[in-house]
Design a protein around this ligand. Structure first.
Ligand code: PGA
Length: 255
């Protein structure tokens, strides 16, 4: 059985003192949640603050992006090795905000994946279609091309360090959640793609998160689906009560 993962993507929110306060409240509200993995992804500048607060707990730390080289003359970029060095275990790559605001291609994301995995990080790779692509019946083609582009040169040994997040772009930050059956259909498609490409063991062990307007009220109906193994949460992860409630509802629903 796959262990659920609930990840908070704080995006460009929670600077110095806010990040300390939020991570302290999350730490204090969580007793010992061993049946579920909990991951916090603060902005770069808050990572060490959060690390100091969660370091002796089971809460995992991650970043929201990184570069595809481990060092050198790349002004303004952050190496995956630096993230590892300050306590990160995960990095989110290919988020739609990076694909569409910053022009990140599947090829570039693939390079970031290889460098991050070479450095020892785990990855959450985000995929998902835009509204017009969904309406034109292209959602599955889009997700398939995102997967094919990013996994082209990836050594198979690295696959167990990868989590995929299906995040329909039209559901991110909009309050519109994808219907659980519609989400499950895409999750199943993603798992089947892995099965064909990498075999049963890899596809059965792959965690596939759903992301897009997850709230305490809708997590239970999503997490009970066969191929949905957790959530990548933006807005609702910025509020301690809603984030904790999402975690509690997840645990309740999977037991
Ligand atoms: P949201 O964001 O929960 O605010 O929709 C999800 C994400 O972008 O990962």
């Amino acid at each position: 059985m796959r262990k659920p993962l609930i990840a908070g993507n704080w995006k460009m929110n929670m600077g110095g003192s806010d990040s300390k306060e939020l991570s302290r409240s999350i730490r204090n509200a969580l007793d010992d949640y061993t049946d579920i993995d909990i991951l916090l992804c603060p902005p770069y500048t808050a990572i060490t603050h959060v690390y100091e607060i969660i370091k002796n707990t089971s809460i995992i730390l991650g970043a929201q992006n990184c570069f595809y080289e481990s060092k050198g003359a790349f002004t303004g970029e952050i190496s995956p090795l630096f993230l590892l060095d300050i306590g990160c275990k995960y990095v989110i790559l290919g988020h739609s905000e990076r694909r569409y605001y910053f022009g990140e291609t599947a090829d570039l994301i693939g390079k970031k994946m290889i460098c991050s995995l070479d450095s020892g990080l785990n990855i959450i790779l985000c995929v998902g279609e835009k509204l017009e692509e969904r309406e034109n019946g292209e959602a599955f083609e889009i997700v398939k091309s995102q997967l094919e582009g990013s996994f082209r040169n990836l050594p198979e040994d690295y696959l167990k360090k990868i989590t995929v997040a299906y995040e329909p772009v039209w559901a991110i930050g909009t309050g519109k959640t994808c219907e659980p059956n519609m989400a499950e259909e895409m999750h199943h498609f993603i798992r089947s793609w892995f099965k064909v490409k990498f075999g049963d063991i890899i596809s059965n062990n792959l965690r596939i998160l759903y992301g897009g307007s997850i709230k305490p009220e809708n997590i239970s109906s999503l997490i009970v689906k066969e191929d949905i193994d957790g959530g990548l949460i933006g807005g609702a992860s910025l509020n301690v009560d809603s984030f904790i409630q999402i975690i509690k509802n997840t645990i309740k629903a999977v037991h």
